[in-house]
Design a protein around this ligand. Structure first.
Ligand SMILES: [Cu+2]
Length: 372
């Protein structure tokens, strides 16, 4: 899905209309900036779309890994372990695609220096608002973020630089708050229509009555460097088979499931990059030659920040879930039937041979609800 930026000339012009230097040209990331400003070109394995808007629940269960939002933190910590659907795609993937090759926006430490960062984040905020305003979506109104951050204040500078600026919290950015933006339109390009319930997915019922169970895990950490790494997830067969049986259910009141592969505590020094995930690759096969076995990729934006031992989360790394419900049926015969799910991980472009990524654990999650 190429996204065209019709304001691109404002970012590419050398000078302002009055002849002064154009501050919006202040970025790093070259040729690809030119390319990105006409169209972001995702590769065949890059998931870049608005599928996250189909998710109905902000958070399901206590585990934190499943849902639109990605867990609750009162500390407003960037990269605080679980990655929400929206954060992963389109948020992280845009950072990675536009910032490829050392661009500022590709590294969370420098991203805010790039003028394009602000457009990107305004758009993510707009997607949030569009999602919250669409019928059938279950937002969690938790005091930890409505009144957060808990340990410090956010400050909005005032024009002219007069201190101390304006302190604000999460609630000030929501409807009725001081910094709530007015949107002309929340339908165009958001994947949801205000006032109209999306029916792209079967409703799994209220978030609080859905459950998330771990029905499989591998033996321990996996290291991925230039070569792909394979690991086996031992699966609880009764749980997995029950999940497969109830995956396509649409009858109201019946049990319905989705399956997710979780990559927990992913750590490394990279600021960005992609990790491709394949299931059930034949022995010795080259992953890139088996597109049909590719089940997803995770954008590792922020890996460096999340892996720092002296960071706010003690270097817990990042965790992701990949919804494999749609692919599950085709690999059940080959993989789940034996109770072992073979997972192959491969790093991609721009990855130097020495850098190593560690995945702390791979697990299989079963989300269950009742058709609402
Ligand atoms: Cu960002």
């Amino acid at each position: 899905m190429p996204v065209r930026a019709n304001c691109h000339r404002h970012f590419l012009a050398d000078t302002m209309p009055d002849g002064t230097e154009n501050p919006l040209k202040y970025y790093r990331g070259i040729a690809m900036r030119d390319a990105a400003m006409t169209a972001i070109k995702p590769g065949s394995r890059d998931k870049f779309d608005l599928d996250s808007m189909d998710e109905d629940d902000f958070l399901v269960g206590n585990q934190g890994g499943i849902g639109f939002g990605g867990g609750i933190s009162g500390g407003f910590i960037q990269f605080g372990n679980w990655t929400g659907d929206l954060e992963q795609n389109p948020h992280n993937i845009v950072h990675v695609l536009v910032g490829r090759g050392g661009g500022w926006i590709g590294n969370p430490i420098t991203a805010g220096v790039d003028p394009l960062f602000w457009l990107h984040h305004c758009n993510v905020d707009r997607l949030w608002q569009a999602w919250m305003g669409a019928p059938g979506k279950h937002m969690v109104n938790d005091p930890r973020w409505n009144h957060g951050p808990a340990d410090r204040a956010f400050i909005m500078p005032v024009v002219g630089g007069n201190k101390p600026g304006i302190s604000f919290g999460g609630q000030d950015c929501l409807a009725g708050g001081l910094f709530f933006p007015q949107y002309d339109d929340l339908t165009k390009g958001t994947g949801v229509t205000q006032g109209v319930q999306a029916v792209t997915r079967v409703s799994m019922g209220p978030s609080e009555s859905q459950t998330v169970e771990v029905i499989g895990a591998n033996a321990g950490p996996v290291r991925v460097s230039a070569e792909p790494a394979m690991t086996e997830v031992a699966v609880d067969l009764p749980g997995a088979n029950a999940a497969v049986l109830s995956m396509g259910v649409t009858e109201p009141g019946e049990e319905v499931s989705r399956l997710y592969l979780a990559l927990e505590s992913v750590k490394g020094d990279l600021a960005s990059g992609m990790l491709d995930v394949y299931l059930d690759l034949p022995e010795g096969a080259k992953p890139e030659e088996h597109a049909e076995k590719h089940v997803g990729s995770v954008a590792l934006f922020g890996l460096n920040v999340a892996s720092k031992p002296d960071g706010p989360h003690g270097g817990n790394g990042l965790s992701y879930t990949i919804d494999i419900t749609d692919q599950a049926k085709q690999f059940t015969a080959a993989g789940l039937g034996k109770g072992l799910l073979k997972v192959t991980l491969q790093t991609r472009d721009g990855h130097s041979g020495d850098a190593t990524i560690t995945v702390g654990r791979l697990s299989l999650l079963k989300r269950t609800g009742k058709v609402g």
